[in-house]
Ligand binder design. Structure first.
Ligand code: FE2
Length: 241
């Protein structure tokens, strides 16, 4: 089994206008990372794999049925789709037949970004929340937004206002050296190239509809109570290193 070192797991890999910290065989949580061996990743592309959850429940903010369906069915579907897109492109190259290249590239962007964002989503949350912004993160938040309260207010407003299905994203924008809040429609649209996502909130209806029905704003407000700042801080430290 291929294992990633902590450094590799935290290192960002560009995809679909964002970057992601994907462990091919585990998610970037404390538990997931502690299980990872400090070995270098062998060179060469890796098959995408569904990372295990590091917790059993996020009740009462996210109900257990939604958590199970979301992870085991929806996220698993994006993993399968991303691997299928990679395989289709491999076959197209082998055959020298690019008639369906547009479909394959769209599938890679959609499913690959879906896998990336869901991997970040599970590690943006912790039961009842965890930690606080680090001193470095707090300073960057204040430089970029004025205060933590203003950042969270913008994040919540942007997330609630995503058109149709998508995501709220807090990201590090390396060219301007600032934190930014982005909206992602579907998974791959409305990105800012080069950004490193640090914290993401899924507002596809499958993320909240069983418990909250059409009350997306209620879900987003409750979601702020389960942010895993320890993971967000680690991603920030890796992004600015
Ligand atoms: Fe989702």
């Amino acid at each position: 089994m291929v294992r990633l070192s902590r450094r590799d797991a935290l290192r960002s890999i560009g995809l679909g206008g964002m970057s992601l910290a994907i462990a091919a065989t585990g998610c970037g949580t404390d538990e997931g990372e502690s299980e990872m061996e400090e070995t270098e990743t062998p060179a060469g592309p890796q098959t995408y794999a569904l990372p295990p959850l590091a917790y059993k429940s996020l009740e009462p903010v996210i109900d257990d049925a939604t958590l199970a369906l979301h992870h085991d069915k929806h996220h698993a579907g994006y993993v399968k789709g991303a691997n299928a897109a990679v395989e289709a492109l491999q076959q197209a190259r082998a055959a020298g037949d690019y008639q369906l290249i547009k479909n394959h590239e769209r599938a890679l962007a959609f499913h690959g970004s879906g896998h990336a964002l869901h991997t970040l989503y599970w590690t943006s949350m912790w039961p009842a929340g965890r930690g606080q912004p680090s001193a470095e993160m707090k300073a960057a938040v204040e430089d970029s937004f004025g205060s933590a309260e203003k950042m969270l207010a913008q994040f919540a407003a942007a997330t609630k206002a995503v058109e149709a299905s998508g995501w709220g994203v807090l990201a590090w924008e390396p060219l301007g050296k600032r934190l930014v809040v982005l909206q992602a429609e579907r998974h791959q649209d409305l990105t800012l190239w080069g950004c490193v996502p640090l914290m993401v909130c899924d507002v596809w209806e499958h993320a909240y509809y069983l418990k909250y029905q059409n009350r997306r704003a209620e879900y987003v407000d409750a979601w702020a109570k389960i942010i895993d700042w320890d993971s967000v801080n680690r991603r920030f430290a890796a992004a600015v290193a």
